[in-house]
Design a binder for this molecule. Sequence first.
Ligand SMILES: C[S@@+](CC[C@H](N)C(=O)[O-])C[C@H]1O[C@@H](n2cnc3c(N)ncnc32)[C@H](O)[C@@H]1O
Length: 415
Amino acid sequence: MIIKRIEKDEDGTVTLFVCADVEGGEPDYSQLEVDRLVEEGKFPSLQADNQDINSAMAEAMSSASSMQIKVMQGASSPQGADAMQTETVTDKYSDGYFDSYASLEVHEVMLKDQPRMEAYSQAVQRCKHLIEGRAVLDVGAGTGLLAMLCAKAGARVVYAAEASSMAVDAAAIVRANGLEGVVKILRGPIEELDLPEKVDVLISEWMGFYLLHESMFPSVLFARDRWLKPGGLMLPSHSNIYVAPVSMEKLKQEKLNFWDDVLGLDMSHLKTQALQNLVSTPQVDILAGDQLLGEMRTFATINCNTVTDLELRELVKEMEFTVVRDGELAGFCCCFDVQFEGSESLPGKSDRVILSTSPLDPPTHWKQTVVMLGAFPKVAAGEGITCRMSLVQDADNPRHYSITVELPEAAQNRK
Ligand SMILES: C[S@@+](CC[C@H](N)C(=O)[O-])C[C@H]1O[C@@H](n2cnc3c(N)ncnc32)[C@H](O)[C@@H]1O
């Protein structure tokens, strides 16, 4: 391994940035191997790039508290210079987001989500003819599940990009399943990784609450534009966000009416504050079908093959509903589906698989997201409700969106 650069932080940790000394400039994806060797105290053999680096290393090491080695993907190729710039990109993501995905519990919840697991596994099976013998990219591989499904479906190679430390476990899991010949775990944000080739298929599970929370999708779009061959297969390929008016009687009882009588004491003074809390944060909960006061309407339709990051920053739509049962209108519920139907230029459209998070379908870990109105006007079957809903990406924290629902003034004043 060739040392390309040296850095020392305030704690005295020396980081050696190295590239694989592989003929022909092909990266060997050996960060995980290197991590393991370093952990075991066995350092891989290193060579300085030039005399300056040699002396810089000697100086840095003379007072080093610890040492770490970072392998620069593709750095033995001319792109090596780009790879050296990676810290600026990494800083953009130092918001704890990837740390949250280092937690086993988070992955356990996802792996136990039956509708999610079935949809992805069926989609891979139905697109087997498009995966066999091809190159696949899994964006956000987590434990390696989707990458391994594609490997088992006959992929020639699967590049599995994972930014969190779960990448280390994914590599072990891939090895335990004897798939290391096909699945190449690449640790790092996809925005920083260098793949040796463009891919035929891009698979990813990027969805957050109400679809767009977490804003992982822009990373997938980046990967699509950078690494997917023209006309390649996106899994999933399409998505919709749906909205419906809902009643929330149980929540109203538990969070508001509760204050009317606490062991015989009137604490209703706190109801205003409690209502404010309900309104300020969308409620993520599993709703029963009979909480829907109107039919679901499509708020947004997204074609994953063509949509751009910019188009997802602000979504606004006016919607009309007809009330289907008498009740108290508490707010509007958002849910989504993703569909796997192949791309325009590839066959497979007829084999569509849908993963739905509607309250009318089996529950998933995404549940539903309800935006509360802050009032509970009575509505009667047959009457119309109009609202204007907007989803706007937060400028300060792009992983979050502000969801707003506005009712016409007349509706707001109803009791
Ligand atoms: C929703 S989980 C899905 C994990 C796995 N694919 C599965 O289906 O079980 C998303 C994963 O993507 C990773 N991730 C998110 N953004 C990423 C990015 N820009 N580059 C690489 N990994 C990313 C997260 O760390 C997380 O492990």
